[in-house]
Design a protein around this ligand. Structure first.
Ligand code: AHR
Length: 603
C-alpha cells in the first residue's frame, strides 16, 4: 500500500476532538473515581455497616444531622457490656489500605466522654493503623475530624474502617453516628477529590472534554423527581441529600458540580455540560407550561459557573471558595431525547425553549441537541450541534467508516457515546441486538473497529467536532453496563486499561490542528487518516482483519526523515484485558525515512 500525505488542503480539527463521557454508572463515581472509602456514609440503611462487640445497630431516622441528611447509625450498647465495641464499614466491595495519610470525619451524638478509636483493619482482624479522638458528651451532633497514617498496607481490599469506644462507659445506652467519611490522598490533593490511580489512568489519555453528568443518570426515573440537580451537589456532605441514581444504586452527589469543574481544571478538559430537558426515563415528559422552572434551573447553573460575583449565583460560587468564574462553551440539552416518545415534545418545544433561553444570555455557548439518530439532528429546524450515539458490533461499525461523509455539513456533530459492545454476530448490516449478551471487556477487534470509526470521523473533521467513548469506568464488582474503558476493584493495582483505552489514548494524544488529505489507496482493510500538528505530520492507521503488508507513507517535504512509529496489538482479535491482566502491547520505535517515504510493516 502506497500512501501520499498532502501538505495542505485539509480540514480544521476541533480543539476538543476526543473527550470523556462520564455519568455515575458501574460505581464510576461513588465507589470509583470519587475517592470516598465509606459506602452508605449517611446510613440510609444498614448496607455495608457491621457491629463490633455485642452492640445492636439500627438505621435511625429520628435524629437528623441537617435538613439534607436525616439518617444515622444508632448503636445500642447492652447493659453490663465491657471492652471495646462499635461498628465497621465494609466500603464499596472492600477498601485498600496503604501507608498514606487518611482523612477521617464523622458526626457523633450521645452521652460519652471517653475516646473514639478510628482504625483501618483487615476483615480478618489485623489493625493496620489507628488514632483516637476525645469524645465529649453531647445531646446534639458534633463533628470529629482527624488523620492518621497506617503503619502497614493491606495486601488486598478485604478491609474495613472501624470506630470503637469503651462499652462500659455507655452500657445500657445508645450513641448515634452519621456521615462517616474516610479519604486517602486524592488526585492533585483536592479536598473531596478523585481516586489517584483511576484519575491517573484518565489523565494519561490526553482527552480534551468532559461530557457530564449523563447519560441516563442525568434524567432520573420520572419527570423531575430523581433528576440530577446541581444545587443539591454543593457544600459539605451534610448539605448533599443524594439521590436515587438511574443505575440502581444511591448517588451521594459527593462528586458534585464543583468537583466536576475541578476535574476539568486538573485534567485540562472543556466542560460539556448536560442539563435536564424535561424527559423522565419512565417516559413522562414535562409539559410546555411546566418547563420554565427547569430552564431557570439550567440558567442558574450557568450563572453559578460563569457569573461575576455581583450576580446571585456567582456570589454563591464565591461563597464556596471559587470567586473566579469557570468558562462553559458547550451545553447539551438533555440526553437521548428521542427515547420514550420524547422526540416530538423535544423538537416542538423542549429543545427550543431551553436553547432560546440559553442563547439569549450566552450567545457564544454551543448548544447541543441530544439524539442518538440522525433523524432529528437539527439542520432543518434550527437546532445547534447534534449528539449522535452508536453502540455497535465490529463489522458493522467498520461499515460505518463513511457514515459522516454524507451528513449535512451545517450541523456540527458530537458523537457523545460509542463503543463496540458485542462480537460479530449475524450480518454485516446489523448493529447491536440489545437482547443478546454483551462483551464483558473490550476486545482487540472491537477496539480496532472503534479506531476505524474514529478515522472515518477524523476524515470528516469539518462536521464531526467531538467524540467520546462510553461508558468510561466500571467497578468490576459493581457493573451495570459492559464493556467499559477502564475497570478497577477497590485495590489500586487491579486497575485495568482495556483494549479500547489504548486506542483512545493513541488517538487523543495524536490530534493536530488540520487534517491532511491522503491519496494512493482505498480505505480498508487498512484505514488511515493524517493530520498536521505544528511541523509534525501524524498518520494514524488501523488494520481491520487485513493481511500482512508493507505500507509506504510519503510525507510532505519538511516533515524530516525520522519518525516515531507506535503500534498497538494483542495476541488475537478476541483478546481482551481482564481484571489486573493486560495482554495487549503498545510499543514505540524510531524509524528512518528515505526521501520522505517511511515504510511500516503490518503483521
Ligand atoms: O452509556 C450507557 C448509556 O447508554 C447512557 O446512559 C445512555 O445515554 C445510553 O443509552
Amino acid at each position: 500500500l502506497d500512501l501520499t500525505v498532502s501538505s495542505s488542503g485539509g480540514k480544521a480539527v476541533s480543539p476538543i476532538f476526543y473527550g470523556f463521557m462520564f455519568e455515575d454508572i458501574n460505581h464510576s463515581g461513588d465507589g470509583g473515581l470519587y475517592a470516598e472509602l465509606i459506602n452508605n456514609r449517611a446510613v440510609r440503611n444498614l448496607d455495608s455497616w457491621k457491629a463490633i462487640g455485642g452492640v445492636a445497630l439500627t438505621a435511625d431516622t429520628s435524629n437528623a444531622v441537617s435538613t439534607a441528611i436525616k439518617t444515622s447509625l444508632k448503636v445500642d450498647v447492652p447493659a453490663g457490656a465491657t471492652g471495646k465495641v462499635g461498628f465497621q464499614n465494609l466500603g464499596y466491595y472492600g477498601m485498600a489500605v496503604e501507608e498514606k495519610p487518611y482523612s477521617v470525619s464523622f458526626y457523633a451524638k450521645g452521652s460519652y466522654t471517653g475516646l473514639y478509636t478510628v482504625d483501618l483493619r483487615s476483615n480478618s482482624g489485623t489493625v493496620f493503623g489507628f488514632t483516637t479522638v476525645a469524645a465529649s458528651s453531647t445531646s446534639d451532633w458534633k463533628q470529629f475530624n482527624t488523620t492518621f497514617v497506617p503503619s502497614q498496607s493491606g495486601s488486598n481490599a478485604d478491609n474495613s474502617f472501624a470506630i470503637t469506644f469503651d462499652a462500659a462507659s455507655v452500657a445500657g445506652k445508645s450513641l448515634y453516628f452519621t456521615l462517616v467519611s474516610v479519604f486517602p490522598p486524592t488526585f492533585k490533593n483536592r479536598e473531596n477529590g478523585l481516586r489517584v490511580d483511576i484519575a491517573n489512568a484518565l489523565n494519561e489519555v490526553g482527552a480534551k472534554f468532559l461530557r457530564f453528568p449523563g447519560g441516563n443518570n442525568l434524567e432520573g426515573g420520572s419527570v423531575a423527581a430523581s433528576r440530577w440537580q446541581w444545587m443539591k451537589t454543593l457544600g459539605p456532605s451534610s448539605a448533599r441529600p443524594g439521590r436515587q441514581g438511574t443505575w440502581n444504586y444511591w448517588n451521594t452527589d459527593g462528586l458534585g458540580i464543583i468537583e466536576y469543574m475541578n476535574w476539568c481544571t486538573d485534567m485540562g478538559l472543556e466542560p460539556l455540560l448536560a442539563v435536564w430537558s424535561g424527559l423522565g426515563l419512565d417516559g413522562t415528559i414535562a409539559s410546555q407550561s411546566s418547563l420554565q422552572p427547569y430552564i431557570t434551573e439550567a440558567l442558574n447553573l450557568l450563572e453559578f459557573l460563569m457569573g461575576s460575583t455581583s450576580t446571585t449565583y456567582g456570589a454563591m460560587r464565591a461563597s464556596y471558595g471559587y470567586p473566579n468564574p469557570w468558562q462553559v462553551n458547550y451545553v447539551e440539552v438533555g440526553n437521548e431525547d428521542n427515547l420514550n416518545s420524547g422526540k416530538s415534545s423535544y423538537t416542538s418545544y423542549r429543545y427550543k425553549l431551553f436553547a432560546a433561553a440559553i442563547n439569549a444570555q450566552y450567545p457564544k455557548i454551543n448548544i447541543i441537541a441530544s439524539c442518538p439518530g440522525f433523524d432529528i439532528h437539527g439542520q432543518s429546524n434550527g437546532m445547534g450541534w447534534a449528539d449522535y450515539h452508536n453502540y455497535d458490533r465490529p463489522d458493522h461499525l467498520v461499515s460505518l467508516f463513511h457514515t459522516f461523509d454524507t451528513v449535512n455539513r451545517n450541523t456540527p456533530i458530537l458523537v457523545g457515546e460509542y463503543a463496540v459492545i458485542q462480537g460479530n454476530q449475524g450480518s454485516l448490516n446489523s448493529g447491536v441486538d440489545w437482547n443478546l449478551p454483551r462483551q464483558k471487556y473490550p476486545t482487540l477487534i472491537g477496539a480496532i473497529a472503534e479506531a476505524v470509526y474514529m478515522l472515518g470521523a477524523e476524515q470528516n473533521a469539518d462536521v464531526v467536532k467531538a467524540m467520546s467513548f462510553a461508558p468510561l469506568l466500571q467497578h468490576f464488582s459493581g457493573t451495570q453496563w459492559s464493556p467499559d474503558l477502564i475497570g478497577y476493584t477497590s485495590f489500586p493495582t487491579d486497575t485495568t486499561r482495556s483494549m479500547s483505552y489504548y486506542v483512545q489514548k493513541l488517538f487523543a494524544s495524536n490530534v493536530g490542528e488540520m487534517t491532511l488529505p491522503v491519496s494512493g489507496g482505498t480505505q480498508g482493510p487498512i484505514y488511515y487518516s493524517a493530520m498536521k500538528r505544528g511541523n509534525q505530520t501524524i498518520v494514524k492507521m488501523a488494520n481491520y482483519n487485513g493481511t500482512s503488508t508493507d505500507v509506504n507513507i510519503s510525507v510532505p517535504s519538511g516533515s524530516g526523515n525520522v519518525a516515531s512509529f507506535t503500534t498497538f496489538t494483542a495476541p488475537s482479535g478476541l483478546s481482551y484485558n481482564s481484571p489486573g491482566k493486560e495482554v495487549s502491547s503498545l510499543s514505540t520505535k524510531q524509524i528512518t525515512g528515505s526521501n520522505g517515504v517511511f515504510t511500516v510493516h503490518y503483521e
